[in-house]
Every structure is written in C-alpha cells, then in structure tokens.
Design a protein around this ligand. Structure first.
Ligand code: AMP
Ligand code: FES
Ligand code: ZN
Length: 295
C-alpha cells in the first residue's frame, strides 16, 4: 500500500476519498480539511483570538495543535468537572500538552461554582442524569469565559459527532436544534462566537492525526458516557459508511447546504436576573440549578 501523495509506505486507507496515506501526508491531509472547513464555512478570520475548549481527548488537543500550527492566536480552556480520577487525569494531559508547547490554559472548576460539588454529586442531589447537567454546565462556563475575554470559542466536535447529532435531530425532526446545528454560531449579546473546525474530519482521521503528531491524549472516556444514544447513532452511521464510503460526509455536508431552511425567527431572550446571561425565563439553567441546591 503506497501513499497517494508521496509514494512512501502508507499507514491508513481512507475509503471515503479512495486514498492511502503515510503518516506525514495524513497530517497534511487533516490540516487541509481543517483549512477547507475554515474557508468554506467562514469559521475564523486571521486575527481572531481563539479559545480552544480542551477535554484532554484526541479531538480537542489535536484541534489546538492544528490551530496553533495554522498561526492563530490561541488559549486553552479546560473545565474540571469533578468526575474523580477521570477529571484529574484529563487535567494533567491538558497541562502537559500546554507545557510542552509553551501555551496558556485557563482552568475552570465546577467545584468552585457549586460549593465543592462535582458532576456526580450534583447529579444525585438534583435527580438529573449526569450528562445533561454536565452539558449545560460546560456550555455555560465555556460561553462565559469566551464572552468575557472577547474570544471565539472553538470545540473539537468532529464529523462523527456532528453526523450523529444530525441523525438524532432528524429522527425527531427537532427543528430548533437543526436550525442551530452549524459549524459556526455568530456572536450576539451574551454569546461568544462558536466554531467547530473539525467538522470535515472523521473520528478515525483525528485519531490517526493525534497519534502521528505524538499528542499524548487521554484515551479514557467519561465514566458516564456508556450507553449514550449518540454512540448508537455513531455505530449506525459507521455501518452505513462501511457499506457506502463517504455517506457520513455527504449526509452532513448536504445538510449544511439546506440548513438555512430551518432557520426561523430567533427566540426572544432576556438577561438572567442573577448572572445577566441570556435566557428564556427569569433565571438561566445554571443559576436555577444553584438556586435549587441552596434550598
Ligand atoms: P463531548 O461533548 O465530550 O464530545 O466534547 C465535545 C467538545 O467539547 C470537545 O471536543 C471539547 O472541545 C469540549 N469539551 C468537552 N469536555 C470539556 C472539558 N471538560 N473542558 C473543556 N472543553 C471540553
Ligand atoms: Fe460530562 Fe460525562 S457527564 S463528560
Ligand atoms: Zn444565570
């Protein structure tokens, strides 16, 4: 098996593109896919300051590596969720990555916002599944840090993540979610700009990129992620991909061409009475959780 680009021994076959690539050319290939996403979907301007949300996993650390390599001004944001050893190990991976490259990281700790409680305790006290609570808290803190610092927030969602989310949204025809499922969300009052530069790169391509680049990421998944429906959707899409290479990319890219059809009037938001961030009610979900816990 020879690399399509340089003729050296190939290490990866990408059926969706009908090519074989060696390690070095795979890295170039992923970099070009990221540049293509940035260009096609107008994700970033040259002088944007980018806050990269890093979980310690392969996607977000590779994203940081890629954006830094492409010459963007970046800073990392790690949210320590208080999920036992898993959170501590992830934090160490992020700090080590930043130290080796002399990059700056901002760390937010869920415990600092909720009287020493992490996601598992909050989930028990609030009788809510850890993942929904965790998603809400992560979104709130990411946006707050990015908004207050004037950063554009970048996350490591890859093609598999976005295609699985799209499948879920289409199965239930969630129009509101479909309207907002975009690789770029524009900034507005109370909201930082949000971008997903890895949307044209598959999970497999990102794993190969991280390994080829010597990135020491954490392999371990969050202990609460078992049995998540998103994993079932990813599996189904992979079966489809096996049968018909390129279908995942087509499903997602063709959706983006018609995504504007789902965009209607934006819901009217007002400032949260406690923190001032936009919400549909009197208090935002983050402050409502705080209030429930204080009772
Ligand atoms: P997930 O929802 O876990 O698939 O993560 C999607 C993206 O959210 C990742 O690629 C990261 O950019 C970001 N992210 C997830 N967990 C964290 C965390 N603990 N701290 C900072 N960013 C995170
Ligand atoms: Fe948030 Fe698993 S519950 S990462
Ligand atoms: Zn609030």
């Amino acid at each position: 098996m020879r690399c399509r680009m340089c003729g050296q021994r190939a290490v990866l076959r990408l059926k969706a593109y009908n090519i074989n690539l060696c390690q070095e050319c795979l890295k170039k290939f992923v970099r070009r896919r990221v540049q293509k996403a940035i260009r096609d979907y107008r994700l970033l301007k040259r002088d944007d300051r980018v806050l990269v949300a890093v979980s310690g996993g392969k996607d977000s650390l590779s994203l940081w590596d890629l954006l830094q390599g492409l010459g963007y001004r970046t800073k990392g944001l790690y949210i320590h969720l208080g999920i036992g050893e898993y959170s501590d190990r992830s934090e160490r991976a992020v700090l080590e990555f930043a130290r080796q490259r002399n990059l700056e990281v901002h760390i937010e700790r869920v415990r600092d916002h909720f009287d020493g409680l992490g996601i598992p305790e909050l989930s028990r006290l609030d009788h809510r599944p850890p993942c929904s609570l965790c998603g809400m808290i992560k979104r709130y803190l990411m946006n707050k840090v990015a908004y207050e610092g004037g950063w554009t927030l970048a996350t490591g969602h890859n093609l598999d993540d976005e295609a699985a989310a799209l499948l879920g949204n289409v199965l239930d025809w969630k129009e509101g979610y479909l309207a907002r499922q975009s690789p770029r969300l524009e900034p507005r009052e109370g909201f930082a700009a949000r971008v997903k530069p890895l949307v044209l790169c598959s999970e497999r391509e990102m794993a190969a990129y991280a390994i080829s680049s010597g990135i020491q990421y954490i392999l371990e998944e969050c202990p609460f992620s078992h049995g998540a429906t998103s994993l079932l959707y990813k599996d189904l899409l992979n079966q489809l991909e096996e049968h018909s290479p390129g279908s995942k990319l087509r499903f997602y890219q063709n959706f983006l061409k018609i995504a504007h059809l789902f965009r209607t009037e934006q819901v009217q938001l007002t400032p949260c009475q406690n923190c001032g961030y936009p919400t549909t009610g009197d208090l935002c979900n983050f402050c409502r959780l705080k209030e429930r816990l204080s009772r």
